[in-house]
Write a new protein. Sequence first.
Length: 160
Amino acid sequence: MKCPKCGKNDSRDNFCGGCGAQLREKCQECGNMEPIGQPSCMNELKAIGEKVCEIKNKIYSSKWPERISLGVMLGYMTISATVVLMLKEDINAFFSSSSGDLLLIIFFWCMGILPVTCTEIRLRKKVNSCAELAVEKFWSENPELKVKYDVWQEWLKLQK
């Protein structure tokens, strides 16, 4: 925390180590020592932050992205296995028998893994979007908490 009088950063003590000015006072709401000028009670702000994290974690902990990814991977690998079996004789005729089989195995796995990676990236973006929408819904249902949280964020920026 930056001292309002001398500007020294001293976040551990109740008084500034440079000029001795008081940096913390007892909170009217909870009784804890909190920085002077802080717009809201830290316990209240902590509860708001925990609620936002809880909303996001509920979305992030859902299992549907992994299930979809697994389904996509199995689908692509089934298709690629069919293609490999159809092309096996042509590939083996073009290459020697051992290198043709190796190419088939590599092709088989790439056909399954590459699309799944792309699908996973799209799903993660969707999950993040859902989490942000859930948080926005929380803020719209609790505008007074949003105002407190925003004021606190601005206050923190000024303290740096």
